[in-house]
Design a binder for this molecule. Structure first.
Ligand SMILES: Nc1ncnc2c1ncn2[C@@H]1O[C@H](COP(=O)(O)OP(=O)(O)O)[C@@H](O)[C@H]1O
Ligand SMILES: [Mg+2]
Length: 212
C-alpha cells in the first residue's frame, strides 16, 4: 500500500522546550491509525502539524509524496481535515456550519444531503435551524464531525472527538467512521478511550514528544 504521509525526523520546539522529538513515521493510504499517549505528550501538536495548521521546526512531512508546504492551504484542508478536541460552531445556527463546506467549494447548499449526514450521527432534520447556543456539547461534537465529512477528505484526523459522547453516540460515531474507512478514508484517531484503544487495528504511542 502507498504511503499517504511520510514524516521524517520531525521536531517541534517552542522556546527551549522540545515538544516533539525526531519523529519518523509512515502512514499508509486507507490506514486507521490510533494515536495514544499521556496528556501533554504532544499528540495534538503532532496532529496539528499533519493538518498543516502549524509547522514543525525541523524535519519534513510529505503528503501524497510532496512536502506539505507545497500545497495551497485551502485545498490541503479539503484533503486533510482535522476534527478538534473542543469543536466550535460558528455563526448563529447549525445551518451556518453545515452550509460552510458548500460555500468554500462554490456549491449550492444541498439540504437533503445534510439531513442524511445529520441522521448518520443520530440527529434529526430539526437541528438544521437550531441556534448554536441550543445544542449540547455532544451534539456540537457530532455536528462538527459531519461538517468535516460532508465532502469527505482523504484523511480525517479526530482528536479525542468521542470523549464527550455517551455510549450510544460513541458507537454511532465509531460505526460511521468505520464505514468511511472501509470506503478508503485514512483516519488518524487520537484517543484515551480504553475500548477504542482495545479495538484499534494499528496504534502508535507518543510519550514526552517521542514516538515509542
Ligand atoms: N505553542 C505552544 N507553546 C508552548 N507550549 C506548547 C505549545 N503547544 C503545545 N505546547 C505544550 O506542548 C505539550 C504537548 O501538548 P499537546 O500536543 O496538546 O499534548 P496532548 O495532545 O498529547 O495532550 C504540552 O506540554 C503543551 O503545553
Ligand atoms: Mg490533545
Amino acid at each position: 500500500m502507498e504511503n499517504i504521509f511520510e514524516v521524517k525526523d520531525l521536531s517541534y520546539r517552542v522556546d527551549e522546550t522540545d515538544i516533539l522529538k525526531h519523529i519518523n513515521l509512515e502512514i499508509k493510504k486507507g490506514q486507521y491509525l490510533t494515536v495514544i499517549g499521556p496528556s501533554g505528550s504532544g499528540k495534538s501538536t503532532f496532529m496539528r502539524i499533519l493538518a498543516s495548521m502549524i509547522s514543525q521546526t525541523s524535519g519534513e512531512v510529505l503528503f501524497d509524496g510532496k512536502n506539505i508546504t507545497t500545497y495551497e492551504p485551502t485545498k490541503y484542508r479539503q484533503r486533510v481535515s482535522y476534527a478538534f478536541q473542543q469543536p466550535t460552531l460558528f455563526g448563529k445556527t447549525v445551518k451556518d456550519n453545515l452550509e460552510f463546506p458548500f460555500e468554500v467549494r462554490g456549491e449550492e447548499f444541498d439540504q437533503a444531503k445534510v439531513i442524511d449526514y445529520l441522521k448518520m450521527v443520530n440527529l434529526d432534520e430539526s437541528y438544521i435551524n437550531k441556534s448554536v447556543n441550543d445544542v449540547s456539547g455532544g451534539e456540537k461534537q457530532r455536528i462538527a464531525l459531519i461538517r468535516n465529512l460532508i465532502f469527505p477528505p482523504e484523511v480525517l484526523i479526530t482528536d479525542e472527538v468521542t470523549a464527550g459522547l455517551d455510549t450510544e453516540n460513541k458507537a454511532i460515531v465509531h460505526n460511521m467512521l468505520k464505514e468511511f474507512n472501509d470506503r478508503g478514508l485514512t483516519i488518524l484517531r487520537v484517543t484515551h478511550d480504553e475500548s477504542e484503544i482495545d479495538d484499534a487495528e494499528s496504534k502508535i504511542t507518543i510519550k514526552n514528544g517521542e514516538l515509542i
